[in-house]
Write a protein that binds this ligand. Structure first.
Ligand code: DP6
Length: 331
């Protein structure tokens, strides 16, 4: 269907990133991004991608960076993955026009946060919004999330705000007593080996520890849900802690093995353990496929989180946070 080129219409959306508490790691179907196990994430509303779609007159699709405080360039592979996903969405609506996709993040590209969740969510959302308007075909949020998963698995969880599960039954918001959590990501610098998460999904299957991974994830996912309602913060911390170590153990025991830990990673993780031991309280901690450490704090821990920041991070590590007084603190 050619939708007509009478005016250069434009659409814009902003979508958040998310951090997994139970990790999507390993695929049953690489082509379709069907996960080996169910995952669970927390939506990071302060870390977003804005995507803008404008119809072209030459019928060609192209990507360009959106002017922003934090400009970034997508790699050739990244751009190809992005444009292929756009083509998939166009096909699903029967659209044949060409568009310029402009996108940009509200966080720095070099700060070690995977932007694929928010950028693919933003691309899917802006495209669905535009094509629904142009074609008169509407799509619900679950359909959009499923479509987004085809582009990049973790992006499907960004369509809901809070504790979000992605399982064989699709994407769904889970009830919890977490309230609104604060977030910090501690940037400790590059890991020794650079392996993309898409490559990591393939390699982990070679680890002997991959046997039993689905069962461990299922048990932990159920635990996380149980520990968020009624809230048992220390046991939530223990479960989420065990889960990221499990994923990183898969990386280190794959063939060929790879890893993301840097000396700073160990220093910050040890510091968090000591903080918990000293105060009997602390943040929920997790890591993605990278060396940086994500910390989540309850609303009533505001003073404790600032104390931790002052004692352990200030003047030592770059930190990005939605806690007032921290923001993007670069050393
Ligand atoms: C470690 O969603 O980036 O962040 O589907 O191949 O694009 P593709 O992978 P991606 O994998 C994310 C892996 C993770 C864990 C998670 O977010 O669940």
């Amino acid at each position: 269907m050619l939708l007509g080129l009478t005016m250069a219409k434009s659409w814009q959306v902003e979508m958040p990133s998310n951090i997994a508490l139970i990790k999507y790691m390993g695929k049953k179907d690489v082509e379709k991004n069907i996960p080996t196990n169910a995952s669970l994430s927390w939506t990071l509303n302060h870390l977003t991608t804005t995507a803008q779609l404008t119809m072209n007159t030459d019928g060609v699709d192209r990507w360009e960076p959106l002017p922003s405080d934090y400009p970034f360039q997508m790699s050739a592979t990244g751009r190809e993955k992005f444009l292929n996903h756009f083509l998939r969405i166009k096909d699903s609506f029967g659209v044949t026009d060409g568009f310029t996709i402009a996108s940009g993040n509200n966080f720095p590209a070099d700060c070690g946060i995977a932007s694929s969740a928010s950028s693919f969510a933003a691309l899917t959302e802006v495209s669905c919004r535009a094509f629904a308007e142009l074609s008169g075909k509407s799509v619900d949020v679950k359909t959009k999330a499923n479509l987004s998963a085809r582009g990049s698995g973790s992006s499907c969880r960004s369509f809901f705000n809070g504790l979000v599960q992605w399982s064989d039954d699709g994407v769904a918001l889970m009830e919890s007593e977490l309230g609104s959590l604060s977030h910090m990501v501690v940037i400790v610098g590059g890991g020794s080996k650079k392996v993309s998460s898409s490559e990591a999904h393939k390699r982990v299957a070679s680890s002997r520890l991959f046997q039993g991974r689905v069962q461990r994830c299922e048990a932990r996912l159920q635990d996380v849900i149980n520990f968020t309602k009624p809230l048992d913060w220390p046991r939530l911390f223990e479960t989420v802690w065990a889960e990221f170590w499990d994923m990183h153990a898969l990386f280190e025991t794959s063939t060929p093995s790879f890893g993301y830990f840097s000396p700073g990673t160990i220093e910050v993780l040890n510091g968090v353990s000591e903080f918990w031991a000293k105060h009997g309280d602390g943040p929920v901690v997790t890591m993605d496929a990278g060396p940086n450490i994500h910390l989540l704090w309850r609303e009533d821990q505001n003073d404790l989180s600032l104390q931790y920041y002052t004692e352990a991070l200030q003047g030592r590590w770059t930190c990005l946070s939605n806690i007032e007084g921290i923001g993007f603190a670069k050393i």
